[in-house]
Write a protein that binds this ligand. Structure first.
Ligand code: SF4
Ligand code: SF4
Length: 65
């Protein structure tokens, strides 16, 4: 499981990138993307997904299993 960024609503504000404990978020072109291989849903690091907490456009969600 991992989280993903909806590229149609991401404003590329950059707020999520420094919050990820696994450095899974990076700037790709005009938007930000989450590397599903690196995203561990913040398990073991935080009680809630840090990127979701800081995203003001609500663009980050968990990928359905
Ligand atoms: S859920 Fe946590 S580990 Fe996954 S991308 Fe967001 S901040 Fe990084
Ligand atoms: S915090 Fe949200 S809007 Fe900002 S770059 Fe990350 S996904 Fe995009």
């Amino acid at each position: 499981m991992a989280h993903q960024i909806a590229t149609d609503t991401c404003t590329a504000c950059g707020a999520c990138e420094p919050e990820c404990p696994n450095s899974a978020i990076s700037h790709k072109g005009k938007v930000y993307k989450i590397d599903a291989k690196k995203c561990k849903d913040c398990v073991g690091s935080f009680d809630s997904p840090q990127c979701v907490d800081v995203c003001q456009s609500g663009s980050i969600s968990k990928i359905a299993a």
